[in-house]
Design a protein around this ligand. Structure first.
Ligand code: SF4
Ligand code: SF4
Length: 252
């Protein structure tokens, strides 16, 4: 849906003032709320990550995600852009780690990504509505509305957002023409492959994982694979005590 001239002026005016009222935020979000008829739909998308299945040297899910989403490889850790990556268990789950956890678990690589929080602080603080939560739970980024103020970067307690310190396009190894590129100064992060869900395809990371460590689906559907896994196994979420209600669940 293309905004009318009046709608555009309202959005531009309010964005310039640094605030977005709920009705305008809804108007902006509505452009993204209508998945294709043939697409996969859910009441609430969620992911379960069984890190015990992850091989220490495996990069399949990261490579698949970054390749389909034109994520640049800048080659400088200080300017790194990432949607999904791995860190050691004792870095990801600091509060849960202790001296008597087996070495194999403590040093295990754990895939991490945006948690598509039910109560996302990034969305609350964004002054332009560039980041917003869809009714199915996906926390979206509209890079055209992002002014690069980095408030969301500071608000996300998971480090799930990256900013493009420079033009990312020269750093994309192989361009995927079906997905947009970003520009200098805008934020990016995992989008739960909303563009693939709209075409009826599961997220790239889920499909790339040979070990079936990543399970994705509708957590509100009692028959979905992800829900059945959560009903069966003990899972934890990253820093759930913050009240953000993360929707990526971990088996360790
Ligand atoms: S993990 Fe961070 S970026 Fe993702 S929804 Fe939660 S607060 Fe926002
Ligand atoms: S940097 Fe973050 S908070 Fe600022 S406009 Fe962009 S998405 Fe919104």
């Amino acid at each position: 849906m293309t905004p009318t001239r009046r709608q555009f002026l309202i959005i531009a005016g309010i964005s310039a003032a640094g605030v977005v009222c709920p009705s305008v935020a809804r108007l902006m979000a509505s452009r993204f709320e209508s998945p294709a008829a043939a697409g996969l739909k859910a009441k609430r998308w969620a992911m379960a990550v069984d890190a015990s299945k992850c091989r220490p040297d495996c990069t399949e899910c990261y490579r698949a995600c970054h390749s389909v989403h034109n994520v640049p490889d800048i080659g400088n850790p200080k300017e790194e852009v990432k949607w999904i990556w791995a860190e050691r268990f004792d870095h990801v789950f600091r509060a849960e780690s202790h001296a008597h956890i087996p070495e194999v678990v403590r040093t295990r690589p754990v895939p991490i990504l945006c948690n598509h929080c039910d109560n996302p602080p990034c969305v609350r603080v964004c002054p332009t509505g560039a980041t917003f939560r869809r009714p199915d739970g996906i926390v979206m980024m509209d890079s055209h509305r992002c002014i690069g103020c980095k408030i969301c970067l500071a608000a996300c307690p998971y480090g799930a957002r990256s900013i493009n310190f420079r033009n990312p396009r020269p750093f994309i190894a192989k361009l995927n023409a079906d997905f947009p590129t970003r520009s200098k100064g805008v934020i990016e992060k995992c989008n739960f492959c909303e563009e693939r869900l709209a075409k009826g395809i599961l997220p790239a990371c889920v499909m790339a994982c040979q070990e079936k460590a990543l399970v994705f689906g509708d957590v509100e559907d009692p028959h979905s694979e992800v829900r059945q896994l959560l009903d069966r196994k003990f899972t934890i979420r990253r820093r759930a005590e913050l009240g953000t209600k993360p929707q990526v669940y971990y088996i360790l």
